[in-house]
Design a protein around this ligand. Sequence first.
Ligand code: PEP
Length: 259
Amino acid sequence: MKKFLIIANWKLNGSYNFIDKNLNIIKKINNSLNYCQLSISPPYVYLNYINNLIKNTSISLTAQNVDIHLKGSFTGEISVNMLKDIGVKYVIIGHSERRIYHNEDIDLISKKFVLVKKYGLIPILCIGETAEQKKNKLTEKICINQINSILKISNIKIFNNTIIAYEPIWAIGSGKIADINEVKKIILFIKKYIFSLNKEIIKNIYFQYGGSVNFFNINHFFTKKYINGFLIGKVSLTIKDFVLLIEKIEKSLYLLNRS
Ligand code: PEP
């Protein structure tokens, strides 16, 4: 059984104090989980510190970004091998905040995805539409364009053992959550597309949802088993809310597996 992957994306938040206060609580709840696995995605500078604190637990580390170069004169950048060195397992690629605020385009994101996979880490490809694109019914096109851009520089097998996170841009940090039927529709659409290219690897792709997930709005996500995890931004920064959310997800998965 694939465990449900909950990634806490701290974005540009956190401090040693924040980590020291909260990580023991996260470790404690992690010990009680049967259906979920947890991953923390702090700013780069705290990855190593957290890696030491989560040794001997099943909590993993996720990086928020990576450079496309392996070494050289690229001031301010971090390579995939450096991330590997400090125990990172997953790397978020193409988060909408990087696309919007750092002008990362579809080609750059494709290069990052391929590089991360080739160097043995697991890329999490974030894809999703803006409100305007949604209005113009472009969601499927936007998502498939990103996948095709990766296929242009690699082949379908690159998606084996990777994660695709459907994150509607209008839902991130906005308090608005996507309609479950629409999430289901887009995930099934992507799955069918990949399946049409390779019948085997689709079993080895995790699908996550991200965008304003919280304690009060997750119920409807557990009516069917087609989402394998959540990317959680805002709620992961308040430990009380994050723990309540994890407990609710765990309980919902328990009930779903019994039914
Ligand atoms: C995100 O940034 O990936 C995210 C899902 O954020 P939030 O939960 O705050 O919408």
